[in-house]
Design a protein around this ligand. Structure first.
Ligand code: SF4
Ligand code: SF4
Length: 286
């Protein structure tokens, strides 16, 4: 659709109930005033989504920490899922929180990008959550960070999930994969090749800043999470005139939520309606 706009939202929330050794937000606690600000910012953003009916909006919440343990993220997902001009509302989550709230959401619109963190939760408990999502008819992908120590768990997770669930593997930051390792992870996720090496992006055309934007809690609009230059603000409408085709100004793009918009990769054609929750259109492949 020509009026599609993909919106990645990240408020100030930066706390998490898990303690992943590879994460700067592990077990971080937000002070009450920050949580209040996060809640107020999200409420304002939800109001903007509600009022912006001239675009077909797809929203992905990408909190630094975990959002679904907070009632305001759960309530906002339910609320936005019922808006006729919202095609998708999704969130990146560790799936620690109960998911029964999604019974109130429109399951054609609400979706989850779930990450399994071995060592933080048992596989059985994580799989129970996935089964709850299946029962609710909620779209979701499941992923694992491709650290060598995670491989056995990732294999077991893949085997336990229905073939209809896409399991993605993210290349671990700073880890250089041998061709054998790459093949082992690709056997689990046929699209691992997209993640295993950063994409050279300098000067290449990218949808970010044209039909995709990144929004901070205060309404600052940037083209993506990885280029800090503001394009305008969501709440004074200045973002509208700022949207246009433009080349990437970073050397590399190495995060899925960025490079899915890099035009030469044509990943919008791969994911189509599942772009934000990371489910390829042709999944399952057999
Ligand atoms: S669940 Fe996510 S945000 Fe929380 S500690 Fe692990 S990687 Fe960080
Ligand atoms: S290629 Fe990546 S870093 Fe460059 S503009 Fe697009 S999303 Fe941003």
């Amino acid at each position: 659709m020509p009026d599609d706009l993909y919106v990645l939202y990240r408020g100030p929330l930066a706390s998490c109930n898990y303690d992943c050794p590879y994460c700067p937000f592990a077990k971080r606690v937000d002070p009450p005033e920050l949580l209040r600000a996060d809640r107020a910012d999200l409420e304002r953003f939800a109001g903007w989504v509600e009022a912006t009916t001239d675009r077909r909006l797809s929203v992905l919440f990408t909190p630094w920490g975990e959002g679904l343990t907070r009632s305001w993220y759960r309530d906002t997902i339910v609320r936005l899922s019922h808006l006729p001009h919202v095609a998708r509302v999704a969130i990146q989550t560790n799936l620690a929180a109960r998911v029964s709230f999604l019974s109130e959401a429109d399951n054609r619109v609400a979706a989850l990008w779930a990450t399994y963190h071995p060592g933080q939760v048992s596989r059985d408990r994580f799989l129970d959550r996935c089964r709850e999502l299946d029962d609710l008819g909620i779209r979701y992908s499941v992923g694992v960070v491709g650290l060598p120590a995670h491989h056995d768990e990732a294999v077991a997770l893949r085997a336990a999930l229905p073939p209809s669930v896409y399991v993605w593997i993210n290349a671990a930051e700073g880890h250089v994969y041998t061709s054998d390792e790459e093949a082992r992870w690709t056997a689990l996720d046929p699209r691992f090749g997209d993640s295993v090496r950063p994409h050279p992006s300098l000067g290449l055309p990218c949808h970010a800043g044209e039909t995709a934007i990144s929004v901070l809690g205060d309404g600052t609009v940037r083209r993506c999470h990885f280029i800090p230059t503001p394009l305008g603000n969501l709440y004074d409408d200045s973002w509208r005139s700022a949207l246009r085709p433009r080349p990437c100004t970073n050397n590399l793009c190495d995060c899925h939520i960025g490079y899915v918009h890099l035009k030469p990769l044509a990943l919008r054609d791969v994911y189509t309606e599942g772009l934000l929750e990371r489910i390829p259109a042709a999944w399952p492949t057999t």
